[in-house]
Design a protein around this ligand. Sequence first.
Ligand code: PLP
Length: 432
Amino acid sequence: MQKFQELSQTELESLYHDLLGKYKNFQEKKLKLDMSRGKPAADQFEISMGILDEVNSKSSCLASDGMDCRNYGDFDGIPECKAIFCDMLEVDPEEIFIFGNSSLSIMYDAIGKMMLHGVRPGAKPWSRCEKRKFLCPVPGYDRHFSITECFGFEMIPIEMTPDGPDMDTVERLVASDPDIKGIWCVPKYSNPQGITYSDETVRRFAQMKTAADDFIIMWDNAYAIHDLYPDQKVPLLNILEECKKAGDPTRVMIFASTSKISFAGAGIGVFACAEEMMARMKKLLAFQTIGFDKLNMLRHARFFKNYEGLLKHMEKHAELLRPKFKTVLDAFHSQLDGKGIADWIEPLGGYFISLNVMDQCAKRVVQLCKEAGVILTAAGASFPLGKDPRDRNIRIAPTYPTIEELQQAVSLLCIVIQLAAAEKLLQISPEK
Ligand SMILES: Cc1ncc(COP(=O)(O)O)c(C=O)c1O
């Protein structure tokens, strides 16, 4: 396969016209497909429907400690539910808190608490700091960036490497600037690249010197057990343990949920941190609620039984998701390999494929796909304020469409990626 950049003007022009013809054929198909968000598909929910039968009008509503889950009590969650997520996150029962349905709302709430009350007792609330900045590994999760945007942080993009965020830059910045208050991390099968942080990266996070004494690592382990290939699981070092060893256990807050394990939006959100930090969070949380939905905790715990049950369940998800990821990756390989106009990472887990097209072409690719009936995630969405300086990254979310829909969408996408690159190289104005 020859690189586009090496084609002669005539070859490129003929290729452009050929691609344009193919694109117009697609437009005539009047597709109506949405690949914009990483949502689970309905068949994934089917495997969790048994959860709804675990607690009904005939069943006991008592948790393992005798707590009536219909009533107030067990503020930090029922023991059997805590046990499952303690195993998942490798933390102790004193270090975990089971919330409601969403981990994102816990993250928003945690940042809100630090804004209002400060990270540790006596610490200056961030809202009173003249400047506040947050490190944002890119590409990253758009909704993380929206939280720090909404609370008025200046967001500093940090390049991702195959081992996680570029730690040389992270260490340099946090050591010198006390206004940098934290960093967003998706350490396992990151959104969108599917990168898992190396042991060295995790250790460096735990050990790095920070100019701010209220620096927080927002460790969103959303894809902790979302392996696509059960025989190729990628391990992640326990950050809390590493922070303890480094002498600063309150540096990290860990988040996770079952949104992509059981039901998106109707699962369970969890939060974990060192005991000292947990005591503070509980004190602040006690003003806000008497407790979360224990009936949901109970039915989840009864359905999964234990951590092994949770892992077995994830194998069923992987079986449903693998062919979808394969459909996209096979098409990328067969249509784009060697052409010098796109690259991507093949993830071993998580929910996304991160695609880089030719510089300054991502917006055009998304627009052309839209005009042919396929909605992709907005170009730049994985960057703070939606601004990708190279306008090249597109987050591909293969989970929601059917395989047939994916085949159509990705065939179009591959044509469009080439069309946009040819336009760029031929300096054809997109309007024409
Ligand atoms: C990295 C990451 N964190 C959090 C969430 C949202 O989780 P929840 O539904 O628990 O709020 C998502 C959803 O896509 C995600 O990708």
